[in-house]
Design a protein around this ligand. Structure first.
Ligand code: GUN
Length: 281
């Protein structure tokens, strides 16, 4: 039977480690503050933002919530981000995506100081990652590396295949696996013979956004399968990009959906908030 990589458990362990670290920092007079900005009332964003606030509370990070109306202008939002950049008592700034259509997302993300970019979306953070310099790393791929390491799965020398090339998951995932000395291939919607390539993978990371797309025909016997997708099926049940029941018997380890990659994302955001103190020095 394959190892079921328990993201819920691993993220809880990490949160408890972070809680201790934050308490020790407080004793040294260091308090960490995360500013979270939401524009409009997208219901999914409200849930994510609520979960981020709860995680801050649990770990002992102060959170400042900015809940702005849908009509907020781009220049008003830029002004707020700039004012938070200038505040010494704010360590991290997170602008929840998506933003309303009248606001240029890139312009906002590029305005967040790279020193406070706890989401790891700023071009400077992505550039630093690509050349192995210090900076913030996008939370979901960073969480996947933690899942692998804490499950004692070696990356060095392994054939790693990433399906998906988004700026938030696929591309930083490939860079992180490379940093861990994996041999990395990135596949995407225009890849020919996807199965041929995914079947080579010792570690297969799937972030393509299609429910239950990856079946056992795509997976090598004994592979480690990481599922980044999250969807609701016709019965309102959550599922991933991987057909879990079909793939589980052929692989050596697999992340479930829910309870795999998902819980790690917010935990890595908390980790980035803690690291921000070091990065800001
Ligand atoms: N919207 C969905 N996921 C994310 C995330 O990780 N960060 C931000 N800022 N917005 C999101």
């Amino acid at each position: 039977m394959a190892l079921r990589i328990d993201g819920k458990k691993i993220s809880m362990e990490m949160k408890d480690e972070l809680k201790e670290k934050v308490a020790a920092m407080k004793e040294d007079g260091v308090e960490i503050t995360l500013a979270v900005i939401q524009v409009g009332k997208d219901p999914a964003s409200t849930v994510y933002v609520g979960n981020k606030k709860k995680a801050c509370e649990y770990i002992g990070i102060r959170s400042l919530a900015y809940e702005l109306p849908e009509e907020t202008t781009e220049s008003e939002l830029l002004e707020l981000v700039e004012s938070l950049n200038d505040r010494d008592d704010v360590n991290g700034i997170l602008v929840q995506l998506p933003l309303p259509e009248h606001i240029n997302e890139n312009k906002i993300l590029n305005t967040i100081s790279a020193k406070k970019d706890v989401d790891g979306f700023h071009p400077q953070s992505v550039g630093a990652l690509s050349i192995g310099q210090k900076g913030f790393v996008s939370c979901t791929p960073a969480g996947i590396i933690e899942l692998l390491k804490r499950s004692n799965i070696e990356i060095e020398g392994k054939e790693c295949v990433v399906v998906g090339r988004s700026n938030i998951v696929g591309k930083p995932m490939a860079l992180l696996l490379l940093r861990e000395n994996g041999t990395v291939t990135v596949c995407h919607s225009r890849t020919k013979d996807l199965k041929e390539i995914t079947k080579r993978a010792d570690i297969l990371v799937v972030a393509l956004g299609k429910p239950k797309f990856i079946t056992k025909e795509y997976v090598k016997e004994g592979a480690v399968v990481i599922d980044v997708g999250i969807h609701r099926n016709e019965n309102n049940k959550l599922c991933g990009d991987v057909d879990y029941d079909d793939v589980e018997p052929v692989c050596s380890a697999i992340t479930p959906v829910p309870g795999g990659v998902g819980p790690m994302t917010i935990t890595m955001l908390m980790n980035n908030c803690v690291e921000s103190v070091e990065i800001q020095k």
